[in-house]
Structure formats: C-alpha cells, structure tokens
Write a protein of this length. Structure first.
Length: 281
C-alpha cells in the first residue's frame, strides 16, 4: 500500500506539471488527487482510483473512479459522484464532462441550485432538479436539459413536472412537453397541459397548450391555449390581449356556484378570472 501511494504521489507530481502547461490555454488550473493514479504522458490521460478529487478552475468533482485528459480537460467519473460548480451542486452515479463546461449526469441525479437573496427572493431560494439523466450547459445561461422527464422544484415557487423538460436558470425560463404539470404553492394554483412554457421573471407567466387547464381557489379555466399571468397579488389572471375578441363576462359571483366544489369556463383561447373581493367576508 505504501509503494502504491508513493507511485500515486509521483504520478500526481508529474501530472500537475503537465496539467499546468495544458491549462494555460484556458487559464484554468487543473489538479487530480486519488489513492492511486496512472498517467500516460503520450495521451495525457489520467486514470484515478479511490477517493478521487478533480479540480479545474472553480469546479470540484469527487468520485470513486475517474479518467481525466489533462490536454482536453475531458473527464468521466463513476461512483458516488459529487460535482460543485458556482451555485450548482450535482450528485449522481456517473458524470461525463467535455472539458468545455458541458456535463452529462446519469443515475439518481439530483442537481441543486442555491439562489442568493435578492429583491424577488428576500430569503433566497433552493431549486432542485431530479431525474435519471440531466444535461447541463453552465456557460449557456445555465441551460438544463432533462430529456427523460423529471421534477423541477423551488422552495419558493413550487414544482414543475413533464415527460421532457429543459430550462435556462439565469432567466427562470422552463419548458415542459408531455403531461406537463405546474404547481405554485405560493399562489395556491395548479396548471397543466400537453405543453407548458413558464417564464418566472418578474410576476411570472405560463403559456399552456393542448388540453390546457388552470386551477385556483376552486375555480377552473380550460382551453386549447391559455396564457396565465401569475399576478403579484397571488391571483391567477388569464391573457386579455386585444388580439382576442372577448365576450362580456358576467359577474364572478353569478358564474361560480359557491356550493359546488369547482366551476369551469370552457374557452378556445383565454379567459379572465377575478376572485370575488367579498368572498372572504
């Protein structure tokens, strides 16, 4: 075991020298640590076993086994993988990186983004992305792709699920295709359809298409296409764009029977829901 560790230390020393030269191309230093390391100076490939720690710039990755190319920065980790880059932390069974920022995670993937407090989130937020496979492009507006479906959860906003999902974290923009379902716990609202395009900037907006529906406070709206604005007051409001000819709507307290569990308004396009201001009295 002592000889094995000495060999690993010598290999690591040679590796650091070569990695430092290779890293000059992108100005990001690299480092590999493990119980045992094999390094091929002809190919630049490092094979690491046991308590592996890879460092490249601000990115840290750990696992049981790893292969790393000091020239291209390509990496592949297997077993109890944990990767931390900026505000994102990923745990999975296996992870591959192309050395240019792209990461592909497989097996029990949980990616967690920590959002710092700001004007919209005074106490910050914690967003979790769960699936069996997640592709992550951190340099492209933190683009996340979940091709096999999964769950996107926010401690503040709620949850979003679909058969196929993708999102741009910096823009709070998420798209779901197939059995899309959006739940906003803060607004006591649920919505869904064949497709959902959610833009969480400012007050928030969701465009639902294909068997679309939205539910809030025992009120339901349905249509082939719904554009739902998540108002600051917490009320669900559908699009009232001038491009649609909207019929005169009767008073809400006449449309909805308070004795029924829910009421539905069938429209091909969009409708407005205005909660009865006196309903709580």
């Amino acid at each position: 075991m002592a000889i094995k560790k000495i060999c690993a230390a010598l290999a690591a020393t040679m590796l650091m020298s070569s990695a430092a030269l290779a890293a000059q191309a992108d100005n990001e230093p690299s480092e590999v640590n493990a119980d045992a390391i094999e390094y091929d100076m002809n190919t630049g490939i490092v094979s690491a076993e046991g308590n592996v720690l890879l460092k490249h710039g601000t990115t840290r990755a750990t696992g049981l086994h790893a292969m790393f190319n000091v020239n291209t920065k390509q990496a592949h980790l297997i077993g109890n993988v944990i990767v931390v880059r900026e505000d994102m932390r990923i745990t999975c069974n296996a992870l591959a990186s192309d050395g240019q920022g792209y990461m592909s995670a497989d097996g029990n993937v949980i990616a967690t983004q920590t959002v710092a407090p700001d004007a919209k989130y005074p106490n910050g937020d914690m967003r979790t992305f769960t699936s069996e496979h997640i592709d992550y492009f951190p340099d492209d507006r933190k683009h996340v792709m979940i091709p096999t479906g999964g769950v996107i959860a926010s401690e503040v906003e709620g949850t979003f699920t679909a058969d196929r999902m993708e999102g741009w974290l910096d823009e709070e923009h998420y798209i779901g295709n197939g059995n899309a379902h959006l739940v906003s716990t803060a607004r006591n609202m649920e919505a869904g359809g064949d497709n959902v395009d959610y833009d969480g900037k400012d007050a928030g907006k969701a465009v639902l298409s294909g068997n679309a529906w939205a539910y809030q406070n025992n009120n339901v709206i349905r249509g082939n296409r719904l554009t739902v604005y998540l108002a600051d007051d917490g009320n669900l409001k559908a699009d009232n764009s001038p491009k649609f000819e909207m019929p005169q709507m009767p008073a809400v307290d006449k449309v909805f029977d308070k004795k029924s569990e829910s009421a539905q308004v069938e429209k091909d396009e969009t409708v407005i829901i205005e909660p009865d201001k006196n309903s709580e009295e």
